[in-house]
Design a binder for this molecule. Sequence first.
Ligand code: F6R
Length: 366
Amino acid sequence: ERGGYPHFMLKEIHEQPKAIRDTLLGRVSPDLSRVTLSELKWPEGFVKEIDRIHIVACGTAWHAGLVGKAVIEQLSGIPVEVDIASEYRYRDPIQTPNTLVIVISQSGETADTLAALREAKRRGRRVLAITNVVGSSAAREADDVLVTWAGPEIAVASTKAYTTQLVALYLLALYFAQERGRVSQDELHAILKGIDGLPQVAEQVLDTAPQIERFAKDWAHASDTFFIGRGLDFSVALEGALKLKEISYIHAEAYAAGELKHGTLALITDGVPVIALAMQDALYEKTVSNIKEVTARGAFVLGMTWVGDEELQKSVDQVIYVPHTLPLLAPIAAVIPLQLLAYYAAVARGNDVDKPRNLAKSVTVE
Ligand code: F6R
């Protein structure tokens, strides 16, 4: 049942190219000129009237939501807020009649996310659920559903659900942009071409697994680690840190790279491992100067950048190179090595990878 893999988590990490491909199937025109989300039964004109979006989720799905916010705002111009479900449901959020609420949940059964969904519906909002389980409560109770076709996710640590949630959010952002006339045909085509290439990018990133396994042996001894990045890289850093904590039990903190000097640098001492993501071309120089801030204090830095970058290796101790895609799509490529790092560190520490302590796959209590 584990298909020859020692753990479900490793199997699911390796299933990501297929999961991404399946989530794209039938949603992009063969000539890569349009997004078609025929499952959305929105009333005539609704897409043009949406004036804000609230994304609500927990854990890894919330991290996907952070990427979703950036991408939807950039492509469609619609203002987006992202909330942790257990916060949103108690905070009396400001909604307009044309606020679209999007809940993201792999299982579709997370108690706080469902409560937020129900509260939004009670207030008369239209709710879209992005979920991996077709018959789940979220799928049944939402007005509209975008299914992520990741297939069953058994390991407690979420991997392929996250990458397919990102795919669903990219498609949705492009759909908004297309329907609201916010994107030129050329730009739409360029991004869809990038999205169409993601399964192959994911496959190539998986080829780094033996290298990551070697790196992870060093990381397995760490007690405190930091993940830094800017922009979308920061959202991925949050997810990478969560994965590491969740299954290896190594303390990890994700920081927006520019925020380190506002206190956190005090914790960067000799030998502290730092993972630095430098995938956002427009922010590259700024990130490199933040890397220099930590190396100056003795940090041991594992950097991540695109294949072909000759610069980063000069500022860090180790580098992971991932195949090129658009910076907008970098989270899909960048998260995979971080999933693998967490996995191999957990294995090296002898942990029960698929069933980490104190965690349940589906959190149906508040
Ligand atoms: C982390 C993880 C959790 C879930 C969270 C939400 O690896 O699995 O953080 O992402 O409990 O679960 P769903 O998406 O089922 O609502």
